[in-house]
Design a protein around this ligand. Sequence first.
Ligand code: DP6
Length: 352
Amino acid sequence: MLDNAYNASGSPNIALVKYWGRRDDALNLPNNSSLSMTLGDGLTTTTSVLFSSKLKEDAIYINEKKLDLSSATNEKSGFMLKAINYMRSAAKMDSHLLVVSKNSFPSDAGLASSASGAATLVYALNGALELNRPTKELSIIARQISGSACRSLLGGIVKWNKGSMGDGSDSFAEQIVSEHYWPELIDIIAMVSESKKKVSSSEGHKATVRTSPLYKARPSIAEASVSRVIDAVKAKDINSLSEAVMRDSNNMHATMLDSWPPIMYLNDASKAIIETVHEINASHGENIAGYTFDAGPNGHIITLRKYENEIRERLSKLSGVSNIMVSSSGPGPSRISECLITDDLIAENSKV
Ligand code: DP6
């Protein structure tokens, strides 16, 4: 029995070339490779994991809410339990576990908290169970909880190779450059209010593949964008990076709109952000910033630190932009000393 908690911290990532549409929904195998920037600057998930024979059952708390592990209705919880059980049996551990996880960023920030949560959990389980699995393997496990999570196992600019094997063994994340390579590169996050919850990304992946004729062109377009963005990052070329990032986001959202019924994640404020970035770029005579949007209306503006104030000022004037956050690229998950598991929580979940 391991009786000490293992604590880890990890961060979300923002896709510069999007993952949208899967060739296998059970294993989260994508139709195209994707590329992301792991965030940092205090945007973190902190996770503590404890295996103990004192515990009466598995218990998982996310942002102070205890998950109902008995209901099989939530696909994400099911995927998470599968990953936990896979790692637990690989370590020949028979104790129950207690997980406490918390995000430092607001849950409506459109910051893929499931990616950061799943990556940090898999990293912490690997530590708590002393499995010593390589990062590539951890990314494969995290991918099966939430596809984009595999990219948060590494810092800096990360590529998720789509792979071609049926078992997903070649669909993993790898680092292209570390967070130290281009420290001036930042993500300005423009939070936009959303009136009503849209289609979940998990449902969206399926609906677009099933119903959008336009989607057929997407995998090869995205694959070419991945190469273009990698070249731009390596050359530290903000002009070409920005254009490729904007085009890829627009291309993904076009396939969403082409789905039937149409899926629309962007709202009027998102469109105002798009127009503003094009105006800023036109005034500079080159692309100094590129917007990208995930499955939600919040804008992520990829730019350089020297343009932060100018862009912030323009965004803050837009109606519908409620908050602005900034992050440079950060590292992958790491072990930390802060423990979220209290004696009270252990007592509450222990056998009598
Ligand atoms: C638009 O990783 O949330 O953010 O595999 O169903 O968990 P699941 O999907 P998820 O999809 C993310 C889609 C995206 C683009 C991206 O992050 O690449």
